[in-house]
Design a binder for this molecule. Structure first.
Ligand SMILES: [Zn+2]
Ligand SMILES: [Zn+2]
Length: 442
């Protein structure tokens, strides 16, 4: 396999955070190229990154199989014991009629991580073949969409919170699946750190496994210069054409970005209120029913003296969604008014909210673990509340909102406003000169 594709000449790249075009030189292993305008990472280079990523993904698959086939947690209470697997949470939620919550937990903790590992293995193993299959670029196109929804590390933190809560009520034993989950998290993080996806795209192109869409003969003259949002290859094409490397539909900017982000942000803001007012779960213990809102759960942790955990849940469940909503509003308004101040800071803020949004799922994962384990007939049981549905919707919708927002529009709007101001000043100057001339004639 030809692993080292050393492009001797610098490659022209578009920064997907600010729209700046810059030349990326041939990088040394362990280095990265950043955008000269907004500091966004354009490329990373690692030694043997394809082999490293393959090894990490094979290990991740082994941990995954172990995780879904072995016992997760065992709870002992009233001389009874209850063993759960990772799948028990979503199944119990579905049994209780909370299909949406069951689907969210199943997708983000079980299905998406498996899809991510499988696609990486298919592509990386396929590239090791002497004649790789022609369709190999197709599954890799989905990686960018799937990655943010595989939330193993968030699930692990949710488990940590659930375990602390469970130990206050019952005796809890940790199963092999918990260690497998930790191993899976480490391997998936290592695979992400080891590999720059652009390297895979370059290798696919080098092996001629690409979407061979014919370029119109006039495209170079009439088309726009556009970086593909999926594989980052620079194309000279019209809006709506296909990327020559991955076949994705090209757009100079994300379609309907502003209106879509406004709609999703306002919906999430409205849902944020019931998410905090209504209980996310009810715990019935020996006939005593306790309703927990998100804040109620945090104050319960504080009363138990677990303030680091209370702080963690407070940040993840209250602060992070608020920061996301306020930041999205700020970015939308500054784009609307073409404000040019703090463009770099706003672009950095966009990158931060894209990363932190998923961490708010901690509470939902914790709920699914408690619901699965605390089922001791009429003595002790946990039921989800409607607040949990509203909260999960807030997290999912704000993630869609930040993914749909195109930060380059902030830079475009500021540039347009500046040009308008220059034109207005020129017209004003022209009128002043004209009136001065007319005054002279009189
Ligand atoms: Zn940039
Ligand atoms: Zn592409």
């Amino acid at each position: 396999m030809s692993q080292n594709i050393n492009h001797v000449l610098p490659i022209l790249c578009e920064c997907h955070d600010c729209g700046c075009f810059s030349h990326v030189p041939n990088l040394m292993p362990g280095t990265k190229a950043v955008c000269p305008r907004c500091d966004g990472v354009l490329r990373r280079e690692h030694r043997n990154q394809l082999d490293m990523a393959l090894a990490c993904n094979i290990a991740a698959l082994l941990f995954y199989v172990l995780m879904v086939t072995t016992p997760f947690l065992e709870v002992r209470m009233y001389r009874m014991n209850h063993i759960s697997t990772l799948q028990t949470g979503p199944y119990t939620l579905a049994d209780d009629g909370f299909i949406f919550l069951a689907s969210v937990v199943f997708l983000f903790s079980i299905l998406m991580p498996l899809l991510k590992i499988s696609i990486m293995l298919v592509v990386l193993l396929g590239l090791r073949l002497s004649s790789p299959p022609r369709w190999l670029y197709v599954p890799f196109r989905w990686m960018k969409r799937i990655s943010p929804w595989a939330m193993i590390e968030v699930y692990l933190l949710g488990l940590f919170v659930a375990y602390t809560r469970l130990t206050a009520l019952a005796q809890v034993d940790i199963g092999i699946a918990v260690y497998a989950l930790a191993g899976l998290m480490i391997m998936m993080a290592a695979a992400d750190m080891a590999l720059d996806p652009i390297k895979v795209w370059e290798e696919l192109e080098h092996r001629n496994i690409i979407h061979k869409h014919p370029i119109h003969k006039n495209t170079l003259d009439t088309g726009h210069r556009m970086g593909c949002h999926v594989c980052h290859r620079l194309n000279y094409a019209q809006d709506g054409a296909s990327c020559v490397r991955c076949g994705s539909i090209l757009h100079r900017r994300k379609l309907d970005s502003i209106s879509r982000t406004w709609a999703l942000t306002i919906t999430a803001m409205m849902l944020y209120i019931p998410a905090n007012i209504y209980p996310v779960m009810t715990i019935t213990n020996l006939g005593q029913i306790t309703y927990y809102t998100i804040l109620g759960g945090i104050s319960d942790l504080l009363k138990a003296g677990l303030w680091p955990l209370a702080l963690l849940v407070f940040i993840a469940s209250i602060i992070v969604p608020l920061i996301k909503l306020i930041s999205l509003m700020l970015m939308l308004l500054t784009t609307h008014y073409g404000i040019s101040q703090h463009l770099i800071d706003r672009t950095r803020l966009y990158r931060i909210i894209e990363i932190i949004g998923r961490w708010s799922m901690i509470d939902i994962f914790m709920l699914s673990i408690l619901v699965a384990l605390l089922q001791f007939g009429q003595l002790t049981y946990v039921r989800p509340g409607v607040g949990a549905i509203a909260f999960a919707l807030v997290v999912v919708i704000t993630m869609f909102a930040s993914q749909g927002f195109d930060p380059r529009l902030m830079w475009d709007a500021a540039k347009k406003r500046k040009q308008q101001n220059v034109t207005c000043n020129n017209i004003a100057l022209h009128n002043t000169v004209l009136s001065a001339n007319e005054g002279g004639k009189i």
